[in-house]
Unconditional design. Structure first.
Lengths: 256, 178
């Protein structure tokens, strides 16, 4: 931290890592004992910095303002001792919490200096990157008779059949259930799409991934149903060509 | 592991053991655990350690052995760095900011730590410092803390140990108390 002559601001203000860092700078500059901080003086200097930053139109991190409030609060508590507390005994110093935070921060601030020095030293070391191995995996060849192979093959077949059976027995109902698409939900989807845009292509109603026959059929029935009640207009240039679904003006206002 | 090797090292010959260690670490590049070295060479861990120590930083060789978290790897000796620089003119690495060093030391000494812990100690938002450290591979996510909000935890990486010359997190210098 460089020396700052009194009365002159160091305008390298961004260099402060935060309010604690700024406080440290002030403590060091004034050679203040951490355990007996003249809080009024420190607060004044801290505020001076904040004002200087504001004058320079530097964006103040909110943390700086919180610290300003904390300092002012401590200062006021120093001036007005709490009457409720007994006069004798362990009266908590209003500065204590701040001092503890500063001490805690200082430990890591010092450690950071050590780390920076170590990094400089150790960046002089070079390590080698791992080799990119491209050799083939070793294949272990076992002696096998044709009979053993045939038996294994049969076993695999049997296992597959068993697996299929299991899926058929317990899985089939759930497969159908998840594919259930209702006409009502498809109609809703068409209406919702048409509320956002004037027309869309029929194929856009389904994503490539989810597309199932049941879904396409239901979707088709949905647009037919809507066309019947004159909510949509359908246009197709020829057989197997793209179907354009467009809204009938004024029909979408009263919902579904 | 069944080692069907056509060439087997003489396990009574120290220089051959060192040669084999060197070969393995050179090819691996990444740090290799002691257990794996012992298994591949078929030498007990305890017997291997003196050789590893012998190949360490005090060795007279330019390539020396480093321990990282119970793993071993090779590196150049720092004294010769300027020669490397003269030869290769590497781009100078973009250094870390003070904020990043502070953040890194907080996470290293309180591993694993949350963003909130770092902010609490530094008294200032530290997101950008944390992001930078993650980007540089010096810290990484280490799960989540089981408290409301499940904040992400961060811990130093092996790269951190490598870049700062620590063999493990236990190797960090003690924090100076007032």
């Amino acid at each position: 931290m460089e020396f700052v002559p009194s009365g002159a601001y160091s305008f390298k203000l961004e260099a402060f890592e935060g309010p604690l860092d700024l406080l440290f700078h002030l403590l060091e500059k004034n050679k203040i004992n951490l355990y007996d901080i003249p809080i009024a003086q420190l607060t004044d200097q801290y505020m001076e910095y904040l004002f200087a930053m504001q004058e320079l139109d530097l964006e103040l991190a909110s943390e700086f303002l919180v610290m300003a409030a904390t300092l002012l609060h401590i200062k006021s508590r120093m001036l007005l001792p709490d009457k409720k507390l007994p006069t004798e005994g362990e009266e908590m110093d209003p500065r204590e919490e701040l001092v503890l935070r500063l001490i805690e921060y200082k430990k890591y601030k010092q450690a950071a200096v050590v780390f920076a020095a170590r990094e400089r030293e150790w960046s002089k070391l070079y390590f080698k990157l791992p080799e990119l191995f491209q050799w083939e995996k070793r294949i272990i060849i076992e002696e096998l008779s044709p009979i053993k192979l045939a038996i294994t093959y049969n076993e695999v077949l049997k296992r597959n059949i068993a697996k299929m059976d299991k899926t058929v027995q317990k899985g089939i109902e759930t497969i159908i259930a998840t594919e259930k698409v209702t006409l009502r939900s498809k109609i809703r989807q068409v209406v919702r799409t048409l509320m956002e845009k004037a027309y869309f292509k029929f194929s856009e109603l389904f994503s490539v991934k989810t597309q199932s026959r049941a879904e396409v059929v239901t979707g088709f029935m949905a647009v037919l149903e809507l066309a019947k009640v004159r909510k949509v207009k359908l246009k197709q240039d020829g057989i197997y060509k793209e179907i354009t679904v467009s809204r009938v003006e004024g029909s979408m206002n009263n919902g579904e | 592991m069944e080692n069907e090797l056509t060439y087997k090292i003489d396990r009574e010959n120290p220089s051959e053991i060192e040669a084999a260690i060197e070969v393995l670490l050179f090819a691996a590049g990444d740090p290799v655990p002691l257990e794996q070295l012992a298994a591949v060479l078929e030498i007990e861990k305890q017997k291997l350690l003196p050789f590893l120590r012998n190949m360490g930083a005090t060795s007279m060789r330019g390539i020396v052995l480093r321990e990282l978290n119970g793993c071993y790897t090779l590196s150049t000796k720092p004294e010769y760095e300027e020669y490397i620089r003269t030869l290769l003119e590497p781009h100078s690495k973009q250094g870390l900011s003070n904020a990043a060093f502070e953040t890194l030391s907080i996470i290293a000494y309180n591993s694993p730590s949350t963003r909130a812990k770092v902010e609490e100690i530094r008294g200032v938002n530290s997101d950008s410092a944390i992001n930078r450290l993650v980007e540089k591979g010096l810290i990484k996510e280490a799960g989540r803390m089981e408290v409301p909000g499940r904040p992400v935890l961060f811990e130093p990486t092996e790269e951190f140990l490598k870049s700062f010359g620590f063999t493990s997190l236990d190797d960090l210098p003690e924090l100076q108390e007032e």
